[in-house]
Ligand binder design. Structure first.
Ligand code: NAD
Length: 257
C-alpha cells in the first residue's frame, strides 16, 4: 500500500542513523518534505545524496537533550516549511551492556537523558506546533525492549518502557486536538546499534550472538531499517487516522513467542 505524503512536512530526529535515514528516504520518495536533525557532527552525507533537492530537505544539527538547541531546530523547520505534520521522535542510544551490579551509573543516566528526556523534549517542543495546526502524527521510537526485559541492558530497557509511557500520556492528552501519538517497537534490526549490543554481550563474538538472537525469532532473521520505515510511514499517514496511543511491534514475531 502506498501513502501519498505530498505536501506533508516531516521532522525526524536521529536522521543520520539507520532507521531515521531509511524513514527519511521512504517519506521523501512518497512526496514529503524532510527536516532532518541529528547530533552536531553527524554524517548527513547519505541523506543529502538521497534527497538532493534543497527545497525538500533541511538539515539541522541539534542534540535532543538540549532544549534550546532542539527548540531552535523546531523553529527553523516552521520558518522554512510553515508547520510540522509528522514528527518521528527517533534519536536514541543503546548505552552500556552489563549486569545491573556492574552497570555504570553515569551510563545509566546518559541513556535516560537521551532516550527519555530527549523524547519528552521532542514532544514538548513539537506538540504546540501541531496543536496550532489542529493536526499531526507523532511516532516515538521505543523497542521490544519497551515491552520485555533482557539481560545486560537495564538502562535501555527502562528507557524504552518509559517511551511507551510517554506515548500513552501524550496520546491521551492530545487526541482531542487531532494529534495522534504512537510508538514503534522494533525487534533486532540489521544496524550499527545491534552490532554494538552484540559485541557488548560477548566481546569478539558478536557474529555468534547475532546468529543466536536471530534463531530465537520466529522469522529466523533480523529486520531491516526499511521494514521499520514502512510502519512509521503507515502511522504517519491518513490510513492510520484512528490509530492513537498504540505500540506497533516490528519484530518478526519475537514478542509473540
Ligand atoms: N537498531 C535496532 O535494532 C533498534 C531496535 C529497536 C529500536 N531501535 C531504536 O530506533 C532508534 C534508531 O535506532 P538506529 O538503529 O537507527 O540507531 P543509530 O545509532 O543508527 O541512529 C540513532 C541516531 O540518533 C542519533 N543520536 C544519538 N544521541 C543523540 C542526541 N543526544 N541528540 C541527537 N541525536 C542523537 C545518533 O547520532 C544516530 O544517528 C533508536 O531510538 C533505537 O533505540 C533500534
Amino acid at each position: 500500500m502506498t501513502h501519498s505524503m505530498t505536501g506533508k512536512i516531516a521532522l525526524i530526529t536521529g536522521a543520520a542513523g539507520a532507521i531515521g535515514l531509511a524513514t527519511a528516504k521512504l517519506l521523501a520518495s512518497q512526496g514529503a518534505t524532510i527536516a532532518a536533525t541529528d547530533m552536531v557532527g553527524a554524517d548527513f552525507g547519505p541523506l543529502r545524496a538521497a534527497i538532493p533537492d534543497a527545497d525538500r530537505l533541511l538539515v539541522i544539527e541539534a542534540d535532543v537533550t538540549d532544549e534550546a538547541a532542539f527548540g531552535a531546530a523546531v523553529k527553523a523547520t516552521v520558518e522554512k516549511f510553515g508547520t510540522i505534520d509528522i514528527f518521528f521522535n527517533n534519536a536514541g542510544i543503546e548505552g552500556p551492556v552489563a549486569p545491573i551490579p556492574d552497570f555504570p551509573t553515569d551510563g545509566f543516566r546518559k541513556v535516560l537523558d537521551v532516550n527519555v528526556t530527549g523524547i519528552f523534549l521532542g514532544l514538548k517542543l513539537v506538540i504546540p506546533v501541531m496543536a496550532k495546526a489542529g493536526r499531526g502524527s507523532i511516532i516515538n521510537s521505543s523497542s521490544v525492549a519497551g515491552l520485555t526485559g533482557s539481560a545486560g541492558l537495564c538502562a535501555y530497557i527502562a528507557s524504552k518502557h518509559a517511551v511507551l509511557g510517554l506515548t500513552r500520556a501524550a496520546a491521551v492528552e492530545w487526541g482531542a486536538k487531532g494529534i495522534r501519538v504512537n510508538c514503534i517497537n522494533p525487534g533486532p534490526i540489521e544496524s550499527r546499534m545491534m552490532s554494538s549490543i552484540e559485541e557488548g554481550a560477548s566481546p569478539g563474538a558478536g557474529a555468534a550472538v547475532h546468529d543466536g538472537y536471530a534463531a530465537t525469532i520466529p522469522m529466523q532473521r533480523y529486520g531491516t531499517p526499511e521494514e521499520v520505515a514502512g510502519v512509521v510511514v503507515f502511522l504517519a499517514s491518513d490510513a492510520a487516522g484512528y490509530v492513537n496511543g498504540a505500540a506497533y511491534t516490528i519484530d518478526g514475531g519475537m514478542t509473540a513467542a
